[in-house]
Design a protein around this ligand. Structure first.
Ligand SMILES: Nc1ncnc2c1ncn2[C@@H]1O[C@H](COP(=O)(O)OP(=O)(O)OP(=O)(O)O)[C@@H](O)[C@H]1O
Ligand SMILES: [Mg+2]
Length: 152
């Protein structure tokens, strides 16, 4: 499934829409070049999840955690600067199996092997300065239902 957003605001609005549909346990992998809008999309997802804190890029910290509504947690990872998953692999397995946690991952390459197959993958490309094309791919049954429920 493909979605086009015209600008940063629309990217955040789209994130908020999918975030609002999450119930916990969702895993979202974001693929795209530097500056394609992965963190911007995550900011929107956070809004949809009821996070009131300002979401910042976890580039230097690898992981940031935020509280959303109804006891849900947003766990946002960025593995750009990590060459080896190490103990992060164990942590990630735990986090992604938590039913109250929504996991969003940028630059997942190094942890690809430990991520559940059933995840929502969003590939972002930038045809122009402010346009973004999003390709949404469901890796399994849960994420397929999730996509259906979005009625895009
Ligand atoms: N349609 C759009 N959607 C998202 N961001 C946009 C859009 N148009 C322009 N931008 C700009 O592109 C940049 C996206 O930055 P962002 O930090 O979200 O990218 P990123 O994919 O997370 O990069 P990185 O790989 O470095 O983490 C911002 O400066 C934003 O203003
Ligand atoms: Mg980012």
């Amino acid at each position: 499934m493909f979605i086009e957003v015209k600008n940063e605001k629309e990217m955040q609005q789209f994130g908020a829409k999918i975030g609002a549909s999450f119930l916990g346990g969702e895993i979202v992998e974001l693929i795209g070049d530097v500056g394609s809008g992965k963190t911007t999309l995550t900011k929107g997802i956070a809004v949809g999840l009821g996070v009131t804190e300002n979401v910042q890029s976890p580039s230097f910290t690898i992981n940031r955690v935020y509280s959303g509504h109804d006891g849900m947690t947003l766990s946002h990872y960025d593995f750009y600067r990590l060459n080896d998953a190490g103990i992060m692999a164990d942590e990630l397995q735990e986090v992604t199996s938590d039913k109250k946690t929504v996991t969003v991952i940028e630059w997942a390459g190094v942890v690809e092997g430990v991520l559940p197959i059933d995840r929502l993958t969003i590939k972002i490309t930038s045809p122009t300065e402010s346009m973004r094309q999003l390709e949404l791919v469901a890796g399994g049954e849960n994420s397929r239902k999730l996509l259906e429920g979005l009625k895009l």
